[in-house]
Design a protein around this ligand. Structure first.
Ligand SMILES: Cc1cc2nc3c(=O)[nH]c(=O)nc-3n(C[C@H](O)[C@H](O)[C@H](O)COP(=O)(O)OP(=O)(O)OC[C@H]3O[C@@H](n4cnc5c(N)ncnc54)[C@H](O)[C@@H]3O)c2cc1C
Length: 414
């Protein structure tokens, strides 16, 4: 049995703690927040093996540049003169090619499918009650051009063995009988499922506390001391701590902490927003509004609309223009749904930890023997959470990993 300190109590930290305690380790989780907000709470709740194409795909950089001066665009990269940011942009640009996408697809698919199975398994074996449904995911298109693109992606997904199909306007009406849709058609990924994120997070914390995991919340890791290629001590805002093994699951803040170990982890925070409505919307199936890149999720007792990838540093400022752009897109696709000022005023945001090649960092760097890195999941951290936790626990327990982790190596070159 080892004593493991997990830095960060988002979905990745909690799932790591879960599988570490299952392996018989003693686990402590340290988080600088109250653990009730941020990416792991505001996300769209999709467990989406269908999302096989990494963020860094051909054409994305060009789109990012085009959108740079548009305050309401779904992707925004704020230009900055900062060496970490510039290195990230170069690496991102380098990854936006067909060869990378082809290599990444099987890795993304395998970890997402495993993760979905593990959510199922946790729900059953621990008798958790969090909201979890498998109704699939619709991609709703307003233009023929977007529909054509989405149909190409469906073919790719089908080739990978995922349940995916084109869906006509008439079929959409049958799937969504209680809401009017202003679309030309769409695609349907039956392989996807969805959850209400805060329910899972809260239930998992209660479970972990019951099984002996210690939590230090509102406690920031401010420094890390190394000795002989290993972490010796971590310093928090309240105490010094020592353990046998450490897990870096600090989301968008992970690269700052990695720097203290002389580790260069290219990572940018990608801010996203969510608007909730408690009013009945009639929406039954989770959907992505394809042109607007807005995610729509019928959660437990409310509907969530989430979107925007704003790469503009670490901050939680709410940009009203982007919140309005999400609400406006919703109204364009569902003409009867108009989000109120109050609902928009209650919008919240979270920071996705975005690696430059759209793949997470999972595993040990050769630079630090007792540190396992688990971050960089970008738009897929919720989908990949449980599998990441399992892999972390396997690495620390020196077991053969369930999946090939080569593509996720934290020391990979860009
Ligand atoms: C709007 C939106 C919609 C999304 N929708 C989806 C979706 O539908 N499906 C999907 O798969 N993914 C989705 N994502 C992405 C997903 O939410 C993230 O990838 C995931 O939550 C990241 O989890 P994490 O644990 O790495 O980071 P976080 O959730 O950010 O957790 C990191 C934790 O580390 C703590 N921390 C940081 N620094 C320190 C420090 N120095 N000391 C102590 N603690 C520290 C923070 O307080 C935080 O609690 C979405 C994200 C957003 C924003």
């Amino acid at each position: 049995m080892k004593h493991c300190i997990v830095i960060g109590g988002g979905i990745i930290g909690l799932c790591s703690a879960y599988y570490l305690q299952k392996e018989g380790h003693q686990v402590t989780v340290v988080d600088q927040s109250n653990m009730d907000a941020g990416a792991s709470y505001v996300n769209a709740g999709y467990l989406s093996p269908s999302h096989i194409i990494p963020l860094s795909a051909p054409g994305v950089m060009k789109k990012g540049l085009k959108w740079m001066f548009n305050a309401s665009s779904p992707l925004y990269i704020k230009p900055r003169i900062n060496s970490d940011f510039l290195k990230w942009v170069l690496a991102f640009n380098k990854s936006c090619n067909v060869k990378h996408v082809e290599r990444a697809i099987p890795a993304i698919k395998e970890i997402s499918l495993l993760s979905q199975d593990l959510y199922d398994e946790i729900k059953t074996t621990e008798s958790f009650t969090f909201h979890y449904e498998k109704k699939g995911l619709l991609m709703l298109c307003q233009t023929e051009k977007m529909l054509e693109e989405e149909i190409k992606t469906v073919h790719l997904a089908s080739q990978e063995g995922l349940e995916a199909q084109e869906i006509s306007k008439q079929e959409l009406r049958l799937l969504e009988p209680d809401v009017n849709l202003n679309v030309v058609g769409g695609t349907y990924y039956k392989c996807d499922s969805h959850t209400t994120p805060n329910e899972f997070m809260e239930e998992m914390v209660v479970y972990l506390k019951k099984t002996g995991v210690v939590f230090y919340t509102n406690e920031k890791v401010v420094d890390i001391e190394m000795n002989n290629g290993k972490i010796d001590t971590i310093l928090t805002s309240k105490r010094q701590m020592k353990a046998d093994e450490y897990v870096l699951a600090a989301g968008s803040w992970s690269s700052k902490l990695a720097k203290k170990l002389d580790l260069k982890l290219l990572l940018q925070a990608g801010k996203g927003y969510r608007i909730n409505t408690q009013r009945s919307t009639g929406i039954r199936i989770p959907s992505i509004l394809a042109e607007a890149k807005v995610a729509v999720t019928p959660m437990n007792g409310f509907t969530r609309f989430a979107g925007t990838m704003e790469i503009a540093g670490i901050n939680h400022n709410i940009n009203k223009v982007r919140v309005d752009a999400i609400a406006y897109a919703v109204h364009r696709y569902y003409p009867e749904i108009e989000l109120t000022s109050e609902e928009k005023d209650n919008a919240a945001c979270g920071l996705r930890p975005v690696s430059p090649d759209g793949l997470p960092y999972i595993g040990k760097s050769t630079k630090c023997q007792n540190l396992t890195i688990a971050t960089g999941h970008a738009m897929m951290g919720w989908s990949m959470g449980t599998a990441t936790g399992k892999l972390v626990a396997e690495v620390i327990s020196e077991k053969k990993p369930t999946l090939d982790m080569k593509m996720f190596h934290p020391d990979r070159k860009f």
